[in-house]
Unconditional design. Structure first.
Length: 286
């Protein structure tokens, strides 16, 4: 039976949390549940947003936050529908989305893009149980009960292993970190990401999902396509602004002093400030 919780948003990206969060903070953290549409729910707490498909024939989990939260995630998931976990999906390899893989891998197979397995396995502290066991190049479709779950890989966006997940019957899109509803995006340039590729990925999702789709972003609140359109417009504006500045031989310091402009400066947040966003743009576009 679904137990309704108040939705509490706690959004610090993996690098921030892994450095600054104490064991006590993880112990006290809440995992909250919100209905997204149909049999799909969003779970929130420290780390990336989770998607859960809860059916009479079993559960499907999209991303799984940090290892210390695994049992809390399971409790929240079972509170929606006390059924067996059938599948786990990783939208990309970052620890705030894959940290509980080792816990859930004993319960269900993990699906991810081939680059996710490659990047996780290259970590010196990785455990074999944390690795995806089903990988794909372009995408794959999973069927569970009456739901069709479409997994689509988009290259060179947030990383080189991004997958977005579309629940066709519920009309719910889980973007992974191809959408930061909280503000400026994190583009992991060292892991195959690119700002232009990220924008192309956002435009692809806009083009290939219905206008009334409900969106679970990688970080932030449950939202809609209007919000994703505004995010794409911000990215395009940012890329054009910095590209023009670089073409005019402006230095990074000059670009930082000029700033992003009044329309978008409010999108600074705990992990990606206006300055860091501009530095990412300069590093990738110069």
């Amino acid at each position: 039976m679904f137990k309704k919780f108040l939705v509490t948003i706690t959004m610090l990206f993996s690098v921030v949390i892994s450095v600054s969060s104490s064991a006590q903070e993880m112990t006290e953290a809440e995992i909250t549940v919100q209905s997204a549409g149909g049999d799909v729910y969003m779970l929130q707490g420290p780390g990336g947003n989770i998607g859960v498909l809860a059916t009479d024939k079993g559960l499907l989990l999209v991303d799984d936050k940090f290892a210390p939260l695994a049992e809390k995630i399971e409790t929240a998931m079972k509170g929606i529908e006390d059924k067996e976990l059938k599948y786990v999906i990783n939208t990309h390899f970052h620890g705030d989305h894959t940290g509980s893989n080792a816990f859930f891998s004993h319960k269900a197979p993990i699906f991810a893009h081939e680059n996710v397995r490659s990047r996780l396995s290259s970590k010196t502290d990785h455990h074999a149980n944390s690795l995806p066991v089903v990988t794909y190049k372009d995408g794959i479709t999973i069927y569970l009960d009456n739901e069709e779950i479409q997994l689509t890989h988009l290259a060179k966006g947030h990383t080189d292993g991004d997958t977005y997940v579309y629940f066709k019957e519920a009309n719910v899109l889980h973007t992974g970190d191809l959408f930061f509803e909280v503000g400026f995006p994190y583009v992991d340039l060292k892991s195959g990401g690119s700002v232009k590729g990220y924008l192309a990925a956002v435009k692809h999702m806009l083009k290939n999902t219905p206008d009334n789709v409900v969106i679970i972003p990688g970080h932030g609140k449950l939202t809609d396509k209007k919000s994703l359109v505004a995010f794409a417009e911000m990215m395009e504006f940012s890329i054009n602004k910095v590209s023009i500045a670089l073409a005019a031989s402006k230095s990074e310091q000059q670009i930082l002093i000029e700033g992003i402009g009044e329309k978008y400066k409010h999108l600074s947040w705990a992990f990606i400030s206006e300055e860091k966003w501009l530095q990412t743009l300069v590093a990738d576009l110069k």
